[in-house]
Design a protein around this ligand. Structure first.
Ligand SMILES: C[S@@+](CC[C@H](N)C(=O)[O-])C[C@H]1O[C@@H](n2cnc3c(N)ncnc32)[C@H](O)[C@@H]1O
Length: 235
């Protein structure tokens, strides 16, 4: 990509079509280019996390003191472009949800806040709240929000599985397989019990969350050949 000043980048992302994927470019390759363009330091941070924790796909053994992150699945060691939903997919999802006129979007397990960047571009005056357990990822996301002047967007450092966590009121909840199926079931239960009388949409990406939700709610929209669906919970 050519050189752009910060002011030019801020201006570019006010137009949602900026996040469209050029024909013939893979979604993850496209996202990698955009991460670099925005100045995200994701590979560096992920490498650092790997120095402190064992990779999610390696078994624990006694030969190495490094252990897994405990209590939830943080996907440390996963390729950074698989860890987060591609920008163009997030765009496609929110273009569908535009007609629902949301006020607040929540991301359970927000990583670096990619969802928030796209929300800020597609919607005007919509609040974004991301919850992320790893401070390193959340701080980098917040740094970018500030630098790119993304209004009304925050990432809270929070374990959403904590007993005293209350899911904020929102119109759209975004869940991309943040942890094991039982943990996902737990947050869905929390959501249902906290906001019994409110309607909302859940964007579900990944096998686990879709397995949990397809038994509960009707599908509002299905993205063919992708592992994403939007569910609707009526009041
Ligand atoms: C698969 S990533 C999805 C990122 C983002 N939602 C997206 O779609 O681009 C899931 C994120 O959830 C975080 N996570 C896992 N367990 C969590 C928990 N109990 N509380 C908060 N965040 C959690 C992980 O650290 C990881 O960054």
């Amino acid at each position: 990509m050519d050189y752009y000043s910060l002011e030019q980048i801020k201006n570019l992302i006010t137009d949602e079509s900026f996040f469209e994927r050029p024909l013939g470019t893979h979604a993850r390759v496209h996202s990698k280019v955009l991460d670099k363009f925005f100045g995200y330091k994701i590979p560096k941070i992920e490498q650092k996390l790997l120095k402190s924790y064992r990779s999610y796909d390696q078994r624990q053994d006694s030969s190495n003191k490094k252990g897994h992150f405990r209590g939830t699945q943080t996907w440390i060691g996963l390729h950074p472009q698989i860890l987060q939903t591609p920008y163009c997919e997030i765009l496609e999802i929110f273009r569908v949800l535009k007609r629902t006129h949301p006020s607040t979007v929540v991301d359970f397990g927000a990583a670096y806040g990619r969802v928030g960047l796209v929300v800020g571009s597609v919607f005007k005056n919509v609040k974004f709240i991301g919850h992320e357990i790893l401070d390193e990822r959340a701080q980098e996301g917040l740094r970018l929000f500030k630098e790119l002047d993304i209004k009304d967007a925050e990432i809270r450092v929070q374990n959403i599985l904590d007993e005293n966590f209350t899911p904020p009121e929102a119109d759209i909840y975004f869940i991309y397989d943040f942890s094991e199926a039982d943990d996902i079931r737990h947050i869905i239960y929390k959501l249902e019990s906290t906001h019994k009388d409110r309607p909302y949409y859940i964007v579900a990406k990944g096998e686990r969350v879709n397995q949990v939700l397809k038994l509960k709610y009707s599908v509002f929209y299905s993205f063919k050949q992708k592992d994403s669906n939007i569910y609707y919970k009526s009041n």
